[in-house]
Design a protein around this ligand. Structure first.
Ligand SMILES: [Zn+2]
Length: 285
């Protein structure tokens, strides 16, 4: 295990935020403990090589899966990845489908996000001094397009080349949880034209944007949300079973995406320019 302060050379250029199923079989994984001004991240970061790229894996819920979605320290997680040198983040997550055609096993790469969370710290620019005395600026980042357009295109193309007919675009609505939706909420979400519902996609995306990182989510549908079916609604067991059935091919897609993402020096997307001309006041990672 390696402890790390923030002033060292980059350890990784790409990150995958997800469970241990994505990295546990890799050879030569280095466990890195990262401290942040926002407290501890969900767990150590595990760095390994995939497709010739250095990749940082962060178990979103902790390696023992002990953190529910509303208790995750999202600010610490994104900060920790940035401090390792990461510029591009992949944030796969399990979701419920809001339309019958988005059944279990669907892979959907959203292009829009609706935030229905309630009590999560979702900005680095909250005007409070950090422990080192620095005070973040008053910054309003553009978020009309919450996901990296380059990362999205790579994800959709790569999945399809691998035989998984990914849905290109759609809206992810993120709820506070940890409970699942009522039938009325689910009907409402679907009637808005939204595609899938999850609990972890926000504020990951906006925090990445606030740090100028690329963020792409790949959502795996594990169930039809409450109002999208006439049965008993979603159960936790069902979600876990469908996720387990698909984690292998999701890992394959993620690793292929890692290999196809642009090099950090070649990034020229809106995320890479999100902080251009802004005085963030944030300490250098
Ligand atoms: Zn980008």
């Amino acid at each position: 295990m390696t402890s790390r302060s923030s002033a060292q050379a980059p350890l990784a250029e790409i990150a995958v935020i997800g469970g241990s199923g994505f990295y546990s079989f890799l050879d030569d994984v280095t466990e890195v403990v990262v401290e942040t001004p926002y407290g501890p991240p969900s767990d150590s970061v595990f760095v390994g090589e995939v497709a010739g790229r250095q990749v940082a894996f962060l178990p979103r819920h902790g390696r023992k899966h002990h953190l529910p979605p509303h208790r995750i320290n999202y600010r610490a997680n994104l900060w920790a990845l940035r401090s390792l040198g990461v510029t591009q983040v992949l944030g796969p997550c399990a979701v419920g489908g809001l339309r019958p055609e988005f059944g279990p096993g669907t892979l959907l790469v959203p292009d829009q996000l609706v935030d229905r969370t309630k009590r999560r710290e979702q900005t680095y620019y909250d005007g409070e001094a950090l422990a080192d005395g620095t005070v973040p600026g008053v910054v309003h980042v553009a978020f009309a397009d919450p996901y990296c357009p380059v990362g999205r295109a790579v994800a959709v193309r790569t999945a399809r080349e691998g035989g998984w007919d990914a849905v290109d675009g759609g809206t992810l609505v993120v709820v506070e949880g940890p409970r699942f939706s009522t039938r009325a909420e689910s009907v409402w979400h679907a009637s808005q034209g939204w595609s899938v519902v999850g609990m972890t996609g926000h504020p990951e995306a906006v925090l990445a944007r606030e740090l100028g990182l690329c963020y792409t989510t790949l959502t795996l549908v594990t169930d039809l949300d409450a109002g999208a079916e006439t049965g008993d609604g979603v159960s936790h067991e069902e979600v876990l079973r469908v996720f387990a059935d698909n984690v292998g091919r999701l890992r394959t897609v993620l690793f292929d995406v890692v290999g196809a993402l642009p090099l950090a020096a070649d990034r020229d997307c809106l995320c890479a320019h999100a902080l251009d001309g802004l005085d963030t006041g944030l300490p250098v990672a």
